[in-house]
Design a protein around this ligand. Sequence first.
Ligand code: XMP
Length: 511
Amino acid sequence: MKNQLVLILDFGGQYNQLIARRVREAKVYCEILPYNTSIGRIKSLNPKGIILTGGPASVNEEDAPSCDKELFELGIPILGICYGMQLMSVMLGGEVAEARQREYGKTEIRLDSSSILFHGIEHETFTWMSHTYYVSKVPKGFRVTANSNNCPAVAMEDEKRRLYGVQFHPEVEHTPEGKNILKNFLYKICGCSGDWEMSFFIEKMADEIRRRVKDSSVLCALSGGVDSSVAALLLHKAIGDRLTCIFVDHGLLRKDEGAQVENIFKNRFNINFIKVDAADRFIGRLAGVTEPEKKRKIMGEEFIRVFEEQAKKLGKIDYLVQGTIYPDVVESGVGESAVIKTHHNVGGLPVNIEFKGIIEPLRNLFKDEVRQVGRELKIPEDLVSRQPFPGPGLAVRIIGEVTKEKLDIVREADYIFREEIAKANLAKELSQYFAVLTSLKSVGVMGDERTYDHVVALRAVVTTDFMTANWARIPYDVLERISSRIVNEVKGVNRIVYDITSKPPATIEWE
Ligand code: XMP
């Protein structure tokens, strides 16, 4: 049943969105609400279960975040995680004390497999801990169901009242059985059936958008990347023709990219789509500029100018759509009705147009979930699984000055690289891969002739978060084919080098 809801009460822990993600992975619908949500509202939502998250505070502090005690009397199963467990403990008559030593990291625990929460899990298992305080006395009616060398009550439960607490974090990867523990809570304790799907998220989000936007017009700055494309299509599903997408072709896109994006949005999805050909304008402004940061700034500024000009032409626009996803979220709480000057993430600079509000339908999703939404919305696979492409485009993949000649070279080389990676079936294993024009020239020999041509570098990395990355071990024979094709097919290139630096100390892009 898709209407089965699990509520996550947010006490400010850093992994809270991860808890929500794990619940969604278990195919159960969940919503995160602030810890101080009124008991009336909670009751009206009629959740099948409630999860109290971790948080940075100490429950013994005077104004520590708390919830209504009645919550524990509703007969709804509750799982308290870390701070959530400690809160449950003190509110029900137990005690929490400060440990002499903070317990942090991978910790072996011994658990009681007869607990439903730990059904099917080995007696000894590893969990991820991050706490200074611990439950020193469990409340009346509770029993301890796990312990570790440093912590006497790693888990506790009152099976009768269906109240459970764990000191560790089941939501993080470092707790190998975490997903199973959460599933036990969701299925065996809350009785959820696990048949929620991403399509329900789409329906619900579309509904919310319709209610919020009413009959206003909405604008979306489309970069052609996964996030803004998925956000645009979700909006289109919700409000159809009242959405207009602006796609700025700055002339620094990859081969065929502009045409591909236009084809998908205009022809396949029949969306109000404005493609602005601004290549001359961008390349003109970049002429003679060699400093990487200046190039980025110019790209960002020019992007905004083009976007603003187009937006003004369209007349009154009330909302702006952004493809912000959870890892991009730094702050929340954008007011619904306040007139705000907004930032958008395509060019990275403020837009001087006033909007009534921003719509960020993907702000709670992780990248792979966004891709799932994209697939549900029938976005072609090559767009959905597309690797990241930087806002400033090929401008940061040509070292030094950008010229049309250099753009042609790097675009062709990059295309061959991508084609060979696809042929070798390596695309899924690589997080990002592209060609860089080093703007170095070196001596070579072709036939009997001396050449003095460009050096192209190939960059390929494997990473999960793009904050750190490893250079990819592409098989030599694949590298050989790429190298040979580029020097043979791309005029002006006589040498290929492969970048074998990780991040750090290098960055993924060269500029
Ligand atoms: P670096 O080079 O910093 O890149 O290791 C990390 C990831 O970010 C992408 N990147 C950008 N994306 N605008 C973007 O939208 C930018 O200015 C930008 N610079 C880097 C890069 O491609 C990699 O995925």
